[in-house]
Design a protein around this ligand. Structure first.
Ligand code: HPA
Length: 263
């Protein structure tokens, strides 16, 4: 592949999660396969344009959703995006909601996370001969990009929840009620399987990174205030909520892109 010059570097990359396997509204599509020192990314990068600005899309689980959360090659994905000139990433993540105001179909821009995953390749410095890198991760999401997302939502009349703590679990199973009680006690508001190590790898590469969390279901044992929680989580319901809420994402990201590229 030919590397982009500075001017055609994408202003934004979107990593789509469950329910978002392409970005509607993106034109001039070109698929780019990137070989990385860490193996294959989840799929081809899809380069295109929105409002005349270059953007890049990657389906985190692959376009046919064939890759389990703990099997995603997060290092290859982030390395490939960096390689084509990406400097800002919005990760779209399906999550379960724990907080009363974070019911199905709400969309949250988290500001903190707690990592409960294990055994995932979570550092670029974890290779023979690489320098040890104790990257600062006090604020795991890039505040300027979070603020741009929130401003874009205001611009297009969408309500986003502007903060929350994302708990990253190993999956692929959903959690027990006791696990969610513990996570709640720890301070988590949302639970998902793909937020880490994506966020820290972006930080290691010095890329701006923010997450748009789409609430697909109440987390195990949670429910609307004053109502008994569901006895179990229905996968059909998850997909139905995701289908509705995900429709909000392309106009929101379009607005975000239209605010970019001026710098
Ligand atoms: N738990 C973990 N990951 C998820 C959930 C959940 O309840 N819903 C969507 N992704």
């Amino acid at each position: 592949m030919s590397l982009p010059t500075h001017n055609d570097s994408p202003v934004l990359a979107v990593i789509g999660g469950t329910g978002l396997y392409a970005l509607p509204g993106i034109g001039n599509l070109e698929r780019v396969r990137v070989d990385t020192p860490f193996g294959d990314p989840s799929d081809d990068l899809v380069m295109g344009s929105i409002y005349g600005r270059r953007v890049c899309f990657l389906a985190r689980h692959g376009e046919s959703h064939s890759i389990l959360p703990h099997r995603i090659n997060y290092r290859a994905n982030i390395w490939a995006l960096h390689h084509v000139g990406v400097r800002r990433i919005v990760g779209v993540n399906a999550v379960g909601g724990m907080r009363g105001d974070m019911g199905p179909r709400s969309v949250v821009v988290p500001d903190q996370l707690i990592d409960y995953t294990h055994g995932r390749a979570d550092s670029f410095s974890d290779v023979e001969g690489a320098a040890v890198n104790h990257v600062d991760f006090s604020s795991p999401y890039t505040d300027s990009l979070r603020r741009e997302l929130l401003a874009s939502a205001l611009d297009c009349g969408q309500t986003l929840i502007s903060e929350g703590v994302y708990g990253a679990t190993q999956g692929p199973r959903l959690e027990t009620v006791a696990e969610i009680v513990r996570m709640r006690r720890d301070g988590c508001d949302l639970v998902g399987m793909t937020g880490m190590p994506e966020a820290v790898l972006a930080r290691e590469m010095d890329l701006a990174y923010a997450s748009l969390c789409i609430v697909a279901n109440w987390a195990a044992g949670c429910g609307p205030e004053g109502e008994p929680p569901a006895a179990e989580i229905s996968v059909e319901e998850i997909h139905a909520h995701l289908a509705v809420a995900t429709a909000r994402i392309p106009p929101l990201l379009g607005r975000l892109v239209s605010r970019m590229g001026m710098d």
